[in-house]
Design a protein around this ligand. Structure first.
Ligand code: NAD
Length: 249
């Protein structure tokens, strides 16, 4: 595929390429995205994952959220996550900046990961800030402790950015984006602000913008390359094309 080879060339021509990923990279791992055809918000209201709802009804919040968490603990990275980790080991990609909270990039072996929306794998007490492995929290819920409480009595929450809360590490991510001369966007609708500033900043600074997504995104017109397809097929193909170009030089 010509486009895949072009993506590999753009990455190899850059000196500081980064990946920016969204929920679409994890759908092949069995985790539904939000806005795609099978999206979570087609079945549930986003209100359920908001800070207001957590404050108003922590029991109801955890009833919904523990269901999401359980599906994540059973999920494994797919070929797209592994391919990005290998591109990092090869020195082709310097950072993965993700909107995902599933922890699958780290599980696949990516080392430099910025999780703008936090991680579901960890939780913490809202009173004393003691940290918990979310697996422990799920066990509390299994024992009927709803909402789950810390030993100090405080209510525990997941370490994720809920609707109505500011994202984490955005300044850091934007600093990395300023340094970057190419961004490979994978599986993001690019509609969630301010995370979507990351690819915008790279492009505005003269860097290359490569988009791999099943559906159109609002940034397709600004992109240097758009590949319409499945992340789990396209990203490993880009990795293969990179390896081939490297071995031919
Ligand atoms: P999104 O749901 O808005 O968009 C996902 C995009 O991925 C869609 O445009 C869809 O067409 C595309 N897509 C779906 N499957 C794909 C595949 N196999 N290959 C390529 N593209 C595919 O997701 P977003 O842009 O990440 O923003 C939504 C928010 O959802 C983020 O804030 C994130 O925190 C949260 N979220 C995270 C997870 C997760 O951690 N895995 C899951 C759902 C939602």
């Amino acid at each position: 595929m010509l486009e895949v080879k072009k993506a590999a060339e753009l990455l190899l021509d850059s000196t500081f390429a980064i990946a920016f990923t969204g929920a679409g990279i994890s759908t092949a791992s069995g985790i539904p995205d939000f806005r795609g055809p099978q999206g979570l918000w087609k079945r549930y209201s986003p209100e359920l994952a908001s800070i207001d709802y957590f404050r108003k009804d922590p029991k109801g919040f955890w009833e919904f959220y523990s269901f999401r968490m359980r599906s994540l603990f059973n999920a494994e990275p797919n070929r797209a996550h592994y391919a990005l980790a290998e591109l990092e080991r090869m020195g082709v990609i310097k950072y993965v900046i993700t909107q995902n909270i599933d922890g699958l990039h780290r599980k696949a072996g990516s080392m430099r990961v910025i999780e703008l929306h936090g991680t579901m794998l960890e939780s913490y007490c809202t009173s004393c800030f003691k940290r918990y492995d979310s697996r422990e929290v799920l066990k509390m819920i299994d024992r009927g402790e709803l909402p789950p409480r810390c030993s100090c009595g405080g209510i525990i929450r997941p370490d994720v950015v809920l609707f109505g809360e500011p994202v984490k590490d955005i300044e850091y991510a934007l600093t990395i984006a300023q340094e970057s001369d190419a961004v490979l966007v994978v599986g993001s609708s690019l509609t969630v602000y301010p995370a979507n500033l990351v690819p915008q900043v790279v492009k505005q600074n003269g860097g290359k913008l490569i988009i791999v997504n099943l559906e159109e995104t609002p940034m397709d017109d600004f992109a240097d390359l758009v590949i319409r397809g499945k992340a789990e097929e396209i990203v490993p193909a880009i990795l293969d094309a990179v390896k081939e170009l490297v071995s031919n030089n």
